[in-house]
Design a binder for this molecule. Structure first.
Ligand code: ITT
Length: 209
């Protein structure tokens, strides 16, 4: 049974790009939020083997530390020809220095080595799993995905791997889109574009409606 979210919330992330998107998604619902980064909460080790496990690890740690409901995203880029890599390791491929130009070059190098020379062999998806955890232990989890092509990086908008991802049905990469195009929630109730916005639509229907 889903539970309605009210009052104040901790967004359990240390990633500024994600935080910006999550704040934009939450704003219309009048939910105030503070981030784990702003509260200087320690980053829990992401020891899970799935997006779901890691999202729960982050949300549980923040809910316990703050006694507030906590909202975490675990997300990543999954490249079919690489067996789903970098997947849950997407942030780790960029290293301590968060070198996403280097991580995107690594994806391209490995993809070419794996035979990714035609459109059909350059398929991939972005995945976002959102976990909501209340201090009393109640938990909810939502998953969103968007499929598309892995292309040579284009554009400077967004964050992380946005420049190399061309969503199906579009001619511009996430790195070339405005934030409204990438993760805006359509007013007519149709499905949003990005993985995170799609997961958020499910969360909003269950816990914010
Ligand atoms: P937190 O755990 O503190 O939230 P993180 O960056 O470590 O931050 P993840 O472990 O979930 O987060 O790693 C997800 C990585 O996948 C992220 O760093 C990006 O590089 C990439 N990613 C996820 N969503 C993305 C998006 O919408 N656009 C581009 N890259 C994205």
């Amino acid at each position: 049974m889903s539970r309605r979210l009210e009052g104040r919330l901790v967004v359990a992330t240390h990633n500024a790009g994600k935080l910006r998107e999550m704040r934009e998604l939450l704003a219309p619902y009048g939910i105030g939020c503070v981030s784990a980064g702003e509260l200087n909460l320690p980053e829990p080790e992401e020891t899970g083997l799935t997006f779901e496990e890691n999202a729960l690890i982050k949300a549980r740690a923040a809910a316990i530390a703050t006694k507030l409901p906590a909202f975490a995203d675990d997300s990543g880029l999954c490249v079919e020809a690489l067996g789903g890599d970098p997947g849950i390791y997407s942030a780790r491929w960029a290293g301590e220095s968060k070198d996403f130009a280097g991580a995107m070059a690594e994806v391209e190098r490995k993809l070419v080595a794996a035979g990714g020379t035609t459109d059909a062999k350059r398929r991939g998806s972005f995945v976002s799993v959102l976990a909501l955890v209340w201090p009393d232990g109640h938990e909810e989890i939502f998953r969103g995905e968007v499929h598309g092509q892995i292309v040579l990086p284009r554009g400077t908008a967004g964050f992380g791997y946005d420049p190399l991802f061309l969503p199906d049905g579009h001619s511009r990469t996430f790195g070339e889109m405005t934030s409204e195009e990438k993760h805006g929630i359509p007013a007519d109730g149709s499905t949003a574009l990005s993985h995170r916005a799609r997961a958020f639509q499910l969360l909003a229907k269950a816990c914010l409606a």
